[in-house]
Design a protein around this ligand. Structure first.
Ligand SMILES: C[S@@+](CC[C@H](N)C(=O)[O-])C[C@H]1O[C@@H](n2cnc3c(N)ncnc32)[C@H](O)[C@@H]1O
Length: 230
């Protein structure tokens, strides 16, 4: 029988490669901000985040392919993170950590310029107008990423949602971001691209449903992003 959510939560708190929101609720518990290189990874290698990582497919696969980089999967759902964290421990992937927090507070956990690149994989599309501020590619979140990502860092974004993809392109344009690459339909346009065809848990499901997967790579402007959603 598979483990229940509570059992996974308990195990996750004991995993040495996972940091939990609850670890920092005691005022004496120091958040990892500014300490990822020195105390957590104990090296100076670049740090790459996977936001909305779920089970952390990109975190794990990129870590296997790039032992000279560090990877942090970020999500709020502990039972999903548990899966990735367990797999990383079993494989001895020392360059992987998971952080269970709301991405809305990312800048409380990373210092300015501490992050080299960001992947955002299949974030919830939040189609309702009233939920639009939760979309991880909206101006609210781009401003948060500006506080932690190096100026030369890139954001790699994958989605199955046409609506979220056009919203993202608009948000990126309005924010003055530089677009490096756009792929409307990965499996039609570049089915042999080794980086873009790593399949996450949700992606595999969407592909079975016949949905197309889009991708955009962009970097943030050096000027502060100031606009907001209406
Ligand atoms: C559709 S799932 C995708 C998971 C994984 N990337 C995949 O493709 O299999 C979206 C994930 O985003 C996470 N998420 C959405 N908004 C979040 C936020 N503000 N902070 C933390 N996690 C968030 C959810 O918990 C969920 O695990």
């Amino acid at each position: 029988m598979s483990k229940g959510k509570l059992e996974k939560f308990e195990e996750l708190t004991a995993f040495p490669n996972s940091l939990e929101l609850t670890d920092f609720q005691d005022a004496r518990s120091q958040k990892p901000k500014g300490r990822w290189h020195s105390d957590i990874f104990e090296n100076e290698n670049p740090i790459v985040l996977e936001l909305a990582c779920g089970k952390g497919t990109y975190t794990l696969e990129l870590a296997r392919r790039n032992p000279d980089k560090n990877f942090v999967g970020v999500d709020i759902k502990g039972d999903r993170i548990w899966k990735g964290a367990k797999q990383a421990l079993e494989e001895g992937l020392n360059n992987v950590r998971f952080l269970r927090i709301y991405i809305d507070h990312l800048d409380e956990y990373f210092a300015p310029d501490e992050v080299d690149d960001i992947w955002i994989t299949f974030p919830d599309p939040y189609p309702r107008y009233s939920d639009r501020n939760n979309r991880l590619s909206g101006p609210k979140f781009l401003k948060i990423y500006q506080r932690v990502l190096k100026e030369e860092g890139a954001i790699y974004f994958k989605t199955d949602s046409d609506e979220l993809f056009s919203f993202t392109r608009e948000s990126v344009a309005k924010s003055g971001c530089k677009v490096h690459r756009i792929v409307e339909n990965i499996y039609q346009e570049c089915p042999n691209d080794e980086l873009l065809t790593i399949q996450t848990h949700y992606e595999a499901r969407y592909l079975q449903e016949g949905r197309s997967i889009s991708f955009i790579k962009f970097s943030l402007p050096s000027e502060e992003i100031s606009w907001e959603l209406d």
